[in-house]
Design a protein around this ligand. Sequence first.
Ligand code: NAD
Ligand code: ZN
Ligand code: ZN
Length: 346
Amino acid sequence: MKAVQYREIGAAPQVVTVPEPEAGPGQVLLRMTAAGVCHSDIAVMSMPADALRFPLPLTLGHEGVGTVAALGAGVTGLAVGDAVAVYGPWGCGTCPACAEGKENYCRRAAGLGIFPPGLGAPGAMAEYMVVDDPRHLVPLGGLDPVAAVPLTDAGLTPYHAIKRSLPKLVPGATAVVIGTGGLGHVAIQLLRAMTAARVIALDVTEEKLALAREVGAHDAVLSDAGAAAAVRGLTGDLGAQLVLDFVGAPPTVAAAGAMAAAEADVTLVGLGGGALPVGFGALAHEVAVCSPYWGSRAELGEVLALARAGALDVHVETYGIDEAPLAYERLHAGKINGRAVILPQG
Ligand code: NAD
Ligand code: ZN
Ligand code: ZN
């Protein structure tokens, strides 16, 4: 079968032919319908060899939707042909975090060598993939697979980041979204669906700002040295109650801190290498800073339910599997509007 693999440190991903996998006991084989292209893949492919925690080659794709092709011995509750989304942050299933469905914060995954698909285990950018346990599958429930596949990360990650701050997003509050790409353009829609907050979007091109307005941002401003002042200007000098930074680079992280109101949450999602010092006087009083990772199994169900309710319009560009390297090139160049989705059978 065809698979998109990262094979050599620093090299571009390649489309290669690999043996079709089989579902072992307790596992599920999926025939893949769609796989999303995330900027985190580019971060992984930019790491030096000593920072990579798993061996190459790696089949990419940590956003996946497919249909059940075969059930391993002992698997019940699923039938061949069922359309399912893959919950990506695989954990051990039994530690206190996993028991709550928060496998993204599994206490034991690293020690046991358990990796998410596409980030250590063979991923979704292939004609078939093996899912280690049926608990990592959520029924699609009638959603369009191509529009739904980004929800497994570009939806789930901002959903988790926003949900923890909901008590602060009362009517009259402001939420800022820095970086309105794959995650950011879904974050804007989640904020509009889940809160009455005013949403201000920041990005570096007019095209991205136009998408931000189209998906519901009340204001969209250029992310430059004047961005924090612009947000303060739009909020009567108060600042925002939630700042979501989907870039995470030193300048955006500094701006995120500077535009946070007293008691705000500053939530750093992007992997841009920035850090925000916390200390008396460094930020407005009682600002809380955190850097969350992905989301829980229950939250993935909630995001899919929100999509079924018609609240989310994920913008996608589709590519056949042979064009996957081009999709990564375009993402790297900042040219994707919304999310790129690979069609592994195409
Ligand atoms: P993307 O490339 O689709 O979107 C990034 C957006 O940021 C683009 O629209 C780009 O134009 C914009 N941007 C770049 N520089 C900017 C700046 N200085 N100011 C404002 N906007 C700027 O990427 P994505 O797939 O949405 O991922 C976003 C980030 O989140 C990446 O760093 C990714 O690795 C990370 N991520 C983190 C998690 C997590 O669990 N913490 C999960 C998924 C992705
Ligand atoms: Zn991702
Ligand atoms: Zn666990």
